[in-house]
Ligand binder design. Sequence first.
Ligand code: HH2
Length: 263
Amino acid sequence: MGILNVTPDSFSDGGRYDRPEAAVARAVEMAAEGAALIDVGGESTRPGAAPVDAEEESRRVAPVVAAIARRLPGMWISVDTSKAVVARRGLEAGARLINDVTALRDPDMPGVLRNFGAPAVLMHMQGDPRGMQVNPVYGDVVAEIRAFFEERLAFAADRGLPRDRFVLDPGLGFGKTTEHNLAILRGLDSFKTLGRPILVGASRKSFVGRVLGSEDRPLPPSERLEGSLAAHLWAADRGARILRVHDVAATARVLRLWRVLAG
Ligand code: HH2
């Protein structure tokens, strides 16, 4: 899954693809590099990011989705949004998957998914982007995320959305310390028994910079490629089916070699 942030303020690529032509060119490039899915996002979820209203977010996302769908027919396009209105506009424009980092918190989201018969990613987040990195606390982070997935899948089923519509994502960096993120990666196996595909997004995240630098002086996002590749290779080897990445070409090469070895 190649990341396409059509935002002015995303943490590592903000402002680079906020013109539709630049966004489509990047989508075409990621497709050539091996992306099977393009994830279009119009609101940054980095810690402390300012919220964007649904109109502005739709205005950023829908034309880009439509242009990519025209340019790359058959490509899976997802919309990274927690708002039902934006999801609907994205699906109308040609998206086929909703990447909901709030896992159906918007009460209108289940209805939109039902109307379009669309699958969705349910991501775990403790708190909300404004305050999530202020002292996140868990007893057993892996067990709590697993319970959260069970609860969200049951909630969705009650609203007429069967389990097999969903991909599950433990949400690295969303209300988690470095140790929490590492524990999730170490415990990834334990999500397998939920019987749904697992998505992992470690790309350029701050825990990668903290492990390779230090807690106080993390490596900057521009120096997190190798660490991101290591985290994603680890995740793939433990069964993750979708990797959400900025660096598609490098990740695709790593996975190609891994597949040859894994057979
Ligand atoms: N991470 C980010 C955004 N959306 N969606 C899923 N399912 N999983 C993730 O780990 C995830 C996500 C944050 O990364 P990025 O898009 O690079 O930055 P920003 O939120 O600042 O746009």
